[in-house]
Ligand binder design. Structure first.
Ligand code: MTE
Length: 299
């Protein structure tokens, strides 16, 4: 068995985390690029990443159960290789794109993003991945497309939560095309410079940092370019509570709780809640996408 260090990390994980943190310091020393450019309007101190342990043991992935510990407990046996994404709809090059082909065509980079769940907890997560726009360009999205729809794997043999009708399977999500093409929108394949663990959406999951976490669909097997606003899992289940846009907005409360503040995971029981930022702190980068829209109606 691998030697375990104080945070329950294996020695290998600790090394990865330390190497990664050193690299981040190097990057943040370079004016204008690196962490500053990625962090949006937040200061670097607000972006202290959560530990590997926090990020990989407190999860929402209903395909494995509804308890925060279920994904880590049960996702281990999910087969993530071979893996492919079917891309169809309004694209010039529809087809089945294998993970190998996708990874050969893109450049993996690190992005430290704030992550805000609609349940009012948050983390800071050092993802590795690439811009969704790169994959959409590979497939050649046609100009008539207005939306991009996403679908998670349906495999009840390996995903025990799918044996129960918690939600309508498979999990589906969608973005407007301009949101999908935005440079902050990434497909993540790693955490702390390591392969993304199954419970976080291996081998490839969406990350849209200015939207509530449920938009960031995991373990994607299908992407469709379409003219119609696609159905989304949480909206289908509770349309009054979860809209299509689901932009982080401290001024629009969930019908059952306030969205003004959040609890950063891993801070201890008595830590102060922190204020939730408009568009989760990415206002400067994304507010223009919603100019003229009433965000209290299009929540
Ligand atoms: N994707 C799928 N396929 N199934 C899910 O249940 N949960 C969503 C989102 N993506 C979910 C999903 C929710 S509610 C959140 S908050 C994030 O994944 C959690 O991501 P994390 O566990 O990596 O923090």
């Amino acid at each position: 068995m691998a030697h375990r260090w104080k945070n329950n990390l294996t020695s290998e994980e600790v090394t990865a985390e330390v190497l990664w943190l050193n690299r981040r310091q190097l990057l943040s020393g370079l004016a204008g690029i690196g962490v500053g450019a990625i962090a949006g309007s937040a200061s670097a101190s607000e972006l202290e990443p959560n530990s590997w342990e926090d990020i990989t043991s407190y999860n929402n992935f209903y395909e494995f159960g509804t308890d925060k510990g279920d994904p880590k407990r049960y996702a281990e046996n999910l087969t993530t290789s071979p893996w492919a994404i079917e891309i169809d709809g309004l694209v010039d090059r529809p087809g089945t794109y294998s993970m190998e082909d996708i990874l050969a065509a893109v450049t993996i980079e690190e992005r430290i993003y704030r992550f805000r769940c609609v349940e009012a907890w948050s983390m800071v997560i050092p993802w590795s991945g690439f811009e969704l726009a790169d994959l959409l360009q590979m497939a050649g999205v046609q100009p008539e497309a207005k939306y991009i729809a996403f679908e998670t794997l349906y495999r009840p043999e390996e995903m025990r939560g799918q044996r129960f009708p918690t939600i309508e399977w498979p999990y589906v999500e969608g973005l407007r095309l301009d949101e999908a093409m935005h440079p902050l929108t990434i497909l993540a394949t790693g955490l702390y410079g390591k392969t993304i663990p199954n419970q976080n959406g291996a081998p490839i999951r969406l990350v849209v940092p200015w939207k509530y976490g449920f938009k960031s669909i995991k373990s994607i097997v299908k992407i469709t370019a379409t003219t119609m606003q696609p159905p989304t899992s949480w909206n289908r289940l509770q349309p009054r509570e979860y809209g299509f846009y689901s932009n982080v907005n401290p001024g629009v409360d969930h019908p059952r709780w306030s969205q003004a503040t959040e609890r950063k995971v891993g801070q201890g029981l008595f830590a102060r809640r922190q204020p939730t930022l408009m568009f989760n702190g990415y206002e400067e980068e994304v507010a223009s996408l919603y100019e003229g829209m009433d965000l209290t109606k299009h929540y």
